[in-house]
Design a protein around this ligand. Structure first.
Ligand code: CDT
Length: 309
């Protein structure tokens, strides 16, 4: 048996602060049409795809709110929904969400080929810091600008399989994939904005691409799922963002990879039935897992070392 889904990773190069929503959506439309022409069923756009990665700046409330969407689809994004439906292509889109009652989330949606929003995910693991830290060459104020998502990772039936969403920093945490894996996930969409320079420990900078692949490939293999990781990267407002978008099979192998630091669409035919090869064998969770031995994972957040002798 095979269940092929043609997936496009639609990597974005930098979005300048001065770029308008209309200009950004036009870039998305160009990639959407390119992907559709190459047979895509699903186009995965990155985290915070509609704007520059604004958590790098210490902003006033007025400056901040221009980066947020109050409705989805909205005045500019409706063109993306309309074109995707016309082409019969689904998509994943990350954006900054402002709810009617004033909550701010780092959000991503998955939209089916008929234009229906299948799921809205609000980022759970928010990296960076809560208050500005002037010693840094640039800020990472996600913890100031967003509330953590109030709901767990949820998988949904879509695109002929079981689909989940995570965002950027979530991909570094094995719990992300496992919670989805326990729902039988077959495809995890992950958009990211990853500054190559990590100010608290610059020794990690040279390993940014290595770690990016390491965590997503491990998550794919250990949970028998496809993972599509899509960057907004390149030199954005003076800060270098990691690119290296990739489509990873349940074997952990990369089957398609972006090669540029700009807007680029890479496409792969992903057979969701490949997941079963691993779900039925080495990662037959019901047969081999020992959840009673893992209680520390949900009982505690931080580390409890053994007592000193
Ligand atoms: N966007 C995002 O989550 N970026 C983080 C940067 C980590 S350093 C503060 C990431 O994990 O890639």
């Amino acid at each position: 048996m095979s269940r092929p889904v043609t997936i496009a990773a639609a990597q974005m190069g930098p979005v300048a602060r001065a770029e308008t929503r209309a200009q950004v959506v036009e870039r998305l439309l160009v990639m959407l049409r390119d992907a559709a022409g190459r047979g895509a069923d699903l186009v995965v756009f990155p985290e915070l795809a509609l704007t520059s990665f604004f958590p790098r700046w210490d902003l006033t409330d007025d400056e901040l709110l221009v980066f947020f969407e109050r409705e989805m689809p909205g005045a500019h994004t409706s063109a993306l929904f309309d074109e995707a439906k016309r082409l019969g292509v689904g998509f994943h889109l990350g954006y900054a969400e402002l709810t009617p009652d004033g909550h701010r989330y780092n959000t991503a949606i998955v939209v089916e080929r008929d234009g229906r929003i299948v799921t809205k995910y609000r980022k759970i693991h928010l990296p960076g810091h809560e208050t500005p830290e002037p010693w840094r060459p640039f800020q990472h104020l996600e913890r100031k600008y967003f509330e953590p998502g109030p709901e767990s990772f949820r998988a949904h039936r879509a695109f002929g399989g079981i689909v989940g969403v995570a965002l950027c920093n979530d991909r570094r945490w094995p719990e992300t994939y496992r919670v989805l894996g326990l729902q039988g996930v077959e495809l995890v969409c992950i958009g990211y904005n990853t500054p190559v320079h990590y100010a608290p420990d610059p020794a990690q900078d040279r390993l940014a691409a290595f770690h990016n692949n390491l965590v997503m490939a491990a998550g794919a293999y250990q949970n028998a799922t496809w993972v599509v990781g899509v960057a907004k990267g390149g030199m954005e407002e003076g800060v270098e963002g990691l690119c290296d978008s990739q489509i990873i099979a349940p074997s952990g192998e990369v089957v398609a990879r972006a090669s540029s630091d700009g807007d680029e669409v890479v496409v792969a035919v992903c057979d969701l039935d490949l997941c079963n090869d691993y779900k039925r064998t080495v990662f037959d969770f019901d047969r081999y897992r020992r959840p009673e031995m893992y209680t520390a994972i949900t009982a505690s957040r931080g580390v409890t070392p053994p007592e000193e002798p």
